[in-house]
Design a protein around this ligand. Structure first.
Ligand SMILES: NC(=O)c1ccc[n+]([C@@H]2O[C@H](COP(=O)([O-])OP(=O)(O)OC[C@H]3O[C@@H](n4cnc5c(N)ncnc54)[C@H](OP(=O)(O)O)[C@@H]3O)[C@@H](O)[C@H]2O)c1
Length: 349
């Protein structure tokens, strides 16, 4: 059979990145992809038309030529190759029995218009489409699992707990705060602009929020919002913020280490100096990775869809339009330019 080729625009990593990523680290390439699958072959494949890309902070590690942490679960991108990340797609051809043409899926895809997936069991079928499909790059996708598992399975929350969330208006943080409010916790978030602080207080239902960049003394801000101390800290940023928060934790407090975005673009990580407080206050501090929590996904989907329909949960997205704008959207999350979960819309359907 003649292979039919379709034009396929792609985002490539021009070279490995040091320091903060820049748009010039990426390129837009015009390529072609074969859109004729071999039906009857022993191996299954699906051809996807990509709709939404998720801009995720962990992708910064993959832009480095080597990832310094042993036991890491991510690998470097190949310089000159198409970026890969979470996204939402439509199946346009399939030899995999579980997916048919017209199905929507989410999972790991290329940063390109069309992706041929030869391991289709890595994709998740989207069964519920009465929400924006982009939600499967956020609340109903990987960031949702991180927020849900990180809060409910790592922090052991209970009603009345005092919860602090950093990078609170982002894809993960806004959910953690709202999950905590739904449990009857007192919730404070921090973010870098007035617009984000207003969103946290007036749209996402946080009890309080503050602009950490305007606080010259972080300790006094934390004392102001948590005069009795913090039961749960959901850490999205690490570094100096984590170090200070440790001093404000209550006895038997819990810290979930979700991410350390303040450290991703600096050569030498900042130290955390207040560790002795963990001992004296018997604080549990635990890192986690959402990949270990795939089993909570059905629970997350059921709960979030119910709460979204009841208007008890909102999800704020920042949607960049067009594949050509994907590099600037991705770079923007490392400068706090995103307001809500950053996604890129390549095509609506
Ligand atoms: N463990 C897991 O399985 C898992 C899964 C998903 C995400 N994560 C981690 O969770 C964190 C949040 O991810 P997300 O997807 O929700 O991203 P996000 O919060 O939507 O976007 C990134 C935000 O980080 C903040 N930021 C950027 N540079 C910063 C810096 N130098 N210092 C302090 N804050 C900075 C900015 O918010 P402000 O403008 O408010 O500063 C920016 O908007 C990240 O650390 C990510 O790596 C972990």
């Amino acid at each position: 059979m003649m292979k039919k080729l379709i034009p396929n625009k792609q985002i490539v990593l021009n070279h490995y990145v040091t320091g903060y990523p820049k748009e010039s680290d990426f390129g837009l390439r015009s390529s072609t992809t074969s859109c004729t699958l071999s039906h009857g072959s022993t191996s299954s494949a699906v051809l996807l038309k990509n709709l939404y890309l998720s801009c995720d902070p962990y992708m910064r590690h993959r832009m480095s030529d080597h990832i310094s942490h042993s036991c890491t679960i991510v690998q470097s991108f190949t310089s000159g190759s198409v970026l890969v990340g979470y996204g939402v797609s439509k199946v346009i051809e399939s030899t995999y029995p579980s997916f048919k043409e017209g199905d929507f899926v989410w999972g790991m895809i290329g940063w390109e218009e069309y992706t041929l997936i030869t391991t289709p069991d890595s994709l998740n079928k989207i069964n519920f489409t009465d929400v924006p499909l982009s939600y499967y790059a956020g609340i109903l996708g990987m960031p949702g699992i991180a927020a849900y598992a990180g809060f409910h399975k790592i922090c052991y929350p209970k009603e009345g707990d005092c919860v602090y969330v950093s990078s609170a208006s982002g894809g993960v943080g806004q959910l953690v705060g709202q999950f905590a409010k739904l449990m009857g916790c007192y919730v404070v978030g921090s973010a870098s602009t007035k617009e984000k602080v207003d969103l946290l207080k007036h749209k996402m239902g946080f009890d309080e929020a503050f602009n950490y960049k305007e606080e010259h003394d972080l300790g006094s801000a934390l004392r102001r919002y948590f005069p009795q101390g913090i039961d749960i800290y959901f850490d999205n940023v690490g570094g100096h913020m984590l170090d200070e928060v440790i001093l404000h934790m209550k006895v038997h407090g819990r810290i979930a280490l979700c991410g350390m975005i303040s450290q991703y673009n600096i050569e030498k990580p900042e130290g955390v100096h207040n560790m002795f407080s963990l001992i004296m206050k018997r604080i549990e501090m635990k890192g986690f990775v959402e990949n270990d929590f795939g089993h909570v996904y059905p629970e997350l989907v059921e709960l979030c869809i119910k709460y979204l329909q009841e208007g008890k949960l909102v999800y704020v997205e920042d949607i960049a339009q067009g594949l050509e704008n994907a590099p600037s959207a991705l770079v923007g999350i490392f400068y706090g330019r995103n307001v809500g979960k950053q996604v890129v819309c390549i095509a609506k359907e």
